[in-house]
Design a protein around this ligand. Structure first.
Ligand SMILES: [Zn+2]
Length: 159
């Protein structure tokens, strides 16, 4: 298949968002996150897997025809797949482009990996994880001090 054919598999959208540079294999997980939002239930979504990327080798991509993206969805993307690019599209043009970074803080997005943590015993207590240092992928629980990796937290997203 030629590169041109691959591009045609996902048509341009007039209005909405492109979630680009998703590491190959994570696209389905990101789709599952999007499915959690009732306000995105009616959005037309296209999922592209295994596109060739000069930067990443292979990548997944999602196009969402929606008026806005829930802020909490963006925070979850930062947890599951930091480094993705969000392009805001209007009239077929990119009007805004943001690269999702690893934040300093995750508020109530993931469960603590320490089974004895108060947040696991008392589910109404919100979790909070703070990055141990700038540039790190390790986060410390504000309640029990347990250090969890980004990947561990991504595997324990709160429902
Ligand atoms: Zn904890």
């Amino acid at each position: 298949m030629t590169p041109q054919n691959q591009i045609l598999l996902i048509p341009k959208i007039e209005r909405g968002f492109v979630i680009d540079h998703i590491p190959a294999g994570l696209g389905i997980q990101v789709m599952a996150l999007i499915g959690r939002w009732p306000e995105l239930e009616d959005a037309v979504v296209t999922l592209g897997l295994n596109y060739k990327s000069t930067r990443m080798g292979r990548k997944d991509m999602i196009k969402l025809q929606a008026g806005s993206l829930p802020p909490r969805l963006l925070q979850m993307l930062a947890l599951v797949s930091p480094g993705v690019t969000i392009k805001h599209i209007d009239n077929f043009e990119v009007i805004e482009k943001v690269v999702i970074q690893v934040p300093e803080l995750f508020d109530n997005l993931a469960r603590c990996l320490n089974p004895n943590c108060i947040t696991n015993a008392e589910p109404h207590v919100a979790t909070r994880f703070r990055r141990v240092e700038s540039g790190s992928r390790n986060f410390r629980c504000a309640h029990c001090e347990r250090v969890c990796t980004l990947d561990e937290l991504a595997g324990h997203i709160k429902v």
